[in-house]
Design a protein around this ligand. Structure first.
Ligand SMILES: [Zn+2]
Length: 225
């Protein structure tokens, strides 16, 4: 890590802002730290982000959406495009705060022929024409696979993706699919196999709350989208 004295003030500002955003997400209960958490993968971690809780506080979401809109304010945007309920709530806040007054549409995630897909209903497809400038908005970006599908979809219709805005990305990559990514928090956290978990070795009890909650959700749903 670079010592603080060598960092320029812009980098320091970004760090301070990220801390503030992290604190806001912590207040929604979406971000947990200093714990010993069982992840859905079976691995253990001291931190976890539960994306379903990220958008539960409307005033927080509005504030965070406005920060994303401000970052992309210098670029004209015709359409904000997202997928999934959480991303859609953030997208609304971003579109509302962007000076271009873009329209807001959303894709539907699904699986066909064993492959993940994102589709746009016909009414929305007509709103992306050659030259349409599109801002993609996500709540949480992990591998970027959904974002890549959205980029393909927009470019197939002749539109142009100006960037990707997200609340959180679990990668430090500055680009996905050649498009700039801006997120309020860029943070991944180490995960450990149970047999080599340093938190287990300290004897800290394992918190299974998140996995239990998810299993409850899956049991009450016919299929995972
Ligand atoms: Zn452990």
């Amino acid at each position: 890590m670079t010592p603080p004295a060598q960092k320029n003030s812009a980098a320091m500002d970004a760090e301070v802002r990220e801390k503030i955003h992290l604190e806001i997400l912590k207040r929604t209960g979406a971000y947990q730290s200093n714990d010993h958490i069982l992840l859905p993968s079976g691995h253990h971690s001291s931190e976890f982000i539960e994306k379903t809780l990220v958008t539960t506080e409307p005033s927080f979401t509005e504030g965070l959406g406005a920060v994303i809109a401000k970052h992309f304010a210098q670029w004209p945007v015709d359409v904000v495009l997202s997928t999934g309920p959480g991303a859609l709530i953030v997208s609304h806040c971003v579109a509302r705060a962007h000076p271009s007054r873009p329209i807001l549409i959303y894709g539907t995630k699904g699986v066909s022929g064993g492959k993940r897909r994102v589709t746009l209903q016909a009414e929305f497809q007509r709103l992306i024409r050659p030259g349409t400038k599109v801002l993609l908005v996500e709540d949480l970006v992990s591998t970027g696979s959904t974002v890549r599908l959205l980029i393909e979809l927009v470019e197939h219709l002749g539109g142009q993706v100006v960037g990707i805005g997200a609340l959180w990305r679990r990668t430090k990559k500055a680009e996905i699919g050649g498009k700039p990514v801006f997120s309020l928090v860029s943070r991944d956290f180490p995960t450990y196999a149970p047999e080599s978990c340093p938190i287990c070795k300290k004897g800290v009890p394992l918190n299974e709350e998140f996995v239990r909650r998810r299993q409850g959700r899956k049991a009450s749903k016919k299929e995972e989208p």
